[in-house]
Design a protein around this ligand. Structure first.
Ligand SMILES: Nc1ncnc2c1ncn2[C@@H]1O[C@H](COP(=O)(O)OP(=O)(O)OP(=O)(O)O)[C@@H](O)[C@H]1O
Ligand SMILES: [Mg+2]
Length: 582
């Protein structure tokens, strides 16, 4: 339950509204208690002397009490439940803000489904505690105290009899709702599997169709749907028990009141009005007793959910500004130096980068070439600090990279990742994603450099074309060039292209490189590619092999060296010639 104390700071934020809510609960409950009291007076009055105006008077009093109770019930929801929604909102914002700051590594180690479950189910569970559980706890306790106090003044013995079955009510509700919740969790998991499966199916529909796997997918879906159905049925069966048990126990209490109380009336110990009031009091106590069992469950679930949320909220931000950060740095020029840099993804994994040293001056273009898996992407990730080096130093403008404010660093690094990603928004908004006040002029400018402009001329809606799920989907090469345009739009001092032309034909690529050369005159560029044609004009080429720089120099130097690069060069030349022949 400790985890729930984390929420106190949120409660404090709304303490005035909450205090009002508590006051409203008390007013509503007191008004409600007057209903049976007036009824009792009325019934006893009728027995003595029948007077219409007296009857009307009691009727009116009951009506007024009911109206007051009702109005304040409404106000309770307007305060406590509204606060719970506000706290849910605050918590979700804090959670989201924290999630955004978590490192790249966190997202590699935790599945999207998992994080989504925390963001939705866990926050909802906590909301149930903040709202209904708090409201019903105060309601139950205050109602209980007021009603029992009045019942005792009428007859302590009958109060005792009446209360006997009620703890059983709470117990059964507690047990049943616990079981129902367990089943519900299983149902949710099953449903999430079902939707994940469906989603994956739609995303991979081309693969399914081309491998003729439709029947297999239908069978899989049927199995998963059956699982979902069976789990739902399990829950329904337990739920079906709920009401019969409640009514039986509640009914038992009424029998006891009427039986034991009836005897007392016969012996003139109580009046008929007393018994009637007791039956109504009992009715008023039943809901709080049910709520009690239910609240216990909500608190347990909320506590478990809060524990999971706290774990994420306390997750250390692996990469962030620290004491070493020099806040006076507000721009960068683009000199990059790697000094004996080694990197491994985890302590128990081998080094992916091994003692890497090189430097790039502003305005220079460096190219990295190497077999797949040689560590190129890993090396690039160290520049915008998606990861930090395990050993050695990465320096920017002569400063250790940790000394540069993270925001300044990332605002100046235009990264075009190997795997393209665009948001389901317009092409224009995607291109301007990293900018604060981008305009059409900027879009046109960067699209021209990226050779995207001619493609867009063919789109009926031009840059306003919606991308993503429902809009037209771009070709692989168009996506890559859109990502390049997005990186250029932030006016980066350092441009990183991770195999960004793999889906672009060599002629277009050559044109882009030509345009980039002009644009990148005073900026630093790093180009990763598998193609010699892409890298050959770079000021310096690094050949990465098993995480080490095996060769470095310009094109001519590397060709005459006769190593890995020269080998690749001749192979690719041969391929070109063969292509031309065929
Ligand atoms: N998050 C990760 N955790 C553990 N190992 C990883 C991770 N990402 C990459 N690796 C491993 O690091 C090595 C280098 O990967 P990297 O992506 O840097 O290669 P690359 O040179 O960019 O390859 P490619 O040309 O195919 O893009 C690979 O062996 C890969 O399996
Ligand atoms: Mg790569």
């Amino acid at each position: 339950m400790d985890s729930l104390s984390y929420l106190n700071k949120y409660f404090l934020r709304y303490k005035k509204k909450l205090a009002l809510g508590v006051l409203f609960i008390l007013i509503s409950n007191i008004a409600q208690v007057f209903i049976p009291i007036f009824l009792r007076e009325g019934i006893d009055g009728i027995q003595q002397e029948v007077q219409y105006d007296k009857l009307f008077e009691y009727g009116l009093l009951i009506f007024v009490a009911a109206i007051i109770a009702g109005v304040f019930r409404f106000l309770i929801r307007q305060t406590i439940i509204v606060v719970s929604r506000e706290i849910e909102y605050d918590l979700r914002q804090d959670f989201w803000a924290h999630i955004q700051k978590l490192s790249h590594r966190y997202f590699q180690n935790n599945s999207t489904g998992n994080i989504m479950a925390h963001a939705t189910n866990d926050i909802s569970a906590v909301r149930m505690y903040v709202g209904p559980a708090v409201m019903y706890s105060i309601d139950t306790v205050s109602k209980f105290i007021i009603i029992i106090a009045i019942m005792i003044t009428i007859s302590p013995l009958l109060t005792f009899y009446t209360l006997i079955p009620l703890p059983f009510l709470s117990y059964f509700v507690y047990q049943l709702s616990k079981k129902i919740h367990k089943k519900f969790t299983l149902i949710q998991e099953s449903f999430s599997d079902l939707t994940t499966r469906a989603q994956e199916n739609f995303a991979g529909i081309r693969v399914i169709k081309s491998y003729v796997r439709e029947d297999g997918e239908i069978k899989n879906f049927t199995e998963q749907s059956e699982d979902y159905l069976n789990k739902t049925m399990d829950k329904v069966k337990i739920q079906a028990l709920f009401q019969p048990i409640l009514y039986t126990i509640a009914g038992l209490s009424v029998i006891i009141v009427v039986w034991a109380g009836g005897g007392m009336v016969i012996e003139n110990l109580l009046t008929l009005g007393d018994i009637s009031a007791f039956v109504i009091f009992l009715g008023m106590l039943i809901w709080p007793m049910i709520a009690f069992g239910w609240i216990l469950n909500i608190i347990q679930q909320a506590s478990a959910s809060m524990k999971r949320l706290i774990k994420i909220l306390h997750e250390e931000l692996e990469i962030q500004d620290s004491k070493a950060t020099r806040t006076i740095i507000n721009s960068i020029k683009g000199r990059i130096e790697f000094k004996n840099v080694s990197f491994r993804y985890k302590n128990d994994l081998p080094d992916i980068l091994d003692n890497i040293s090189f430097s790039i001056e502003p305005g220079e273009t460096i190219a990295i070439i190497g077999k797949t898996g040689s560590g190129k992407t890993t090396l690039l990730n160290l520049i915008p600090r998606l990861f930090d080096a395990t050993n050695g130093d990465v320096l920017i403008d002569g400063y250790k990279i940790k000394e540069i404010p993270l925001k300044i660093l990332r605002q100046n690094v235009g990264l075009v990742p190997q795997e393209t990603f665009l948001f389901s928004d317009t092409l224009k908004n995607n291109i301007l994603y990293g900018t604060k006040n981008g305009n059409d002029e900027l879009v046109n400018h960067v699209a021209k450099i990226s050779q995207l402009d001619k493609d867009v001329e063919g789109f009926p809606k031009g840059y306003e074309t919606m991308l993503g799920e429902r809009g037209i989907t771009l070709s692989g090469g168009q996506k890559q060039r859109s990502c390049l345009a997005r990186a250029l739009a932030i006016d980066p001092k350092i441009l990183i292209l991770d195999d960004s032309f793999s889906s672009v034909d060599t002629n277009t690529e050559e044109e882009i490189l030509k345009q980039l050369k002009e644009y990148m005159k005073d900026r630093t560029s790093i180009i990763v590619s598998h193609r010699i044609s892409t890298v050959k004009d770079a000021d310096k080429i690094l050949v990465l092999h098993n995480g080490r720089i095996q060769e470095q120099g310009n094109h001519d130097e590397l060709v005459s060296l006769g190593g890995i690069y020269a080998d690749l060069h001749f192979k690719q030349l041969l391929e070109e010639e063969l292509k031309e022949l065929s």
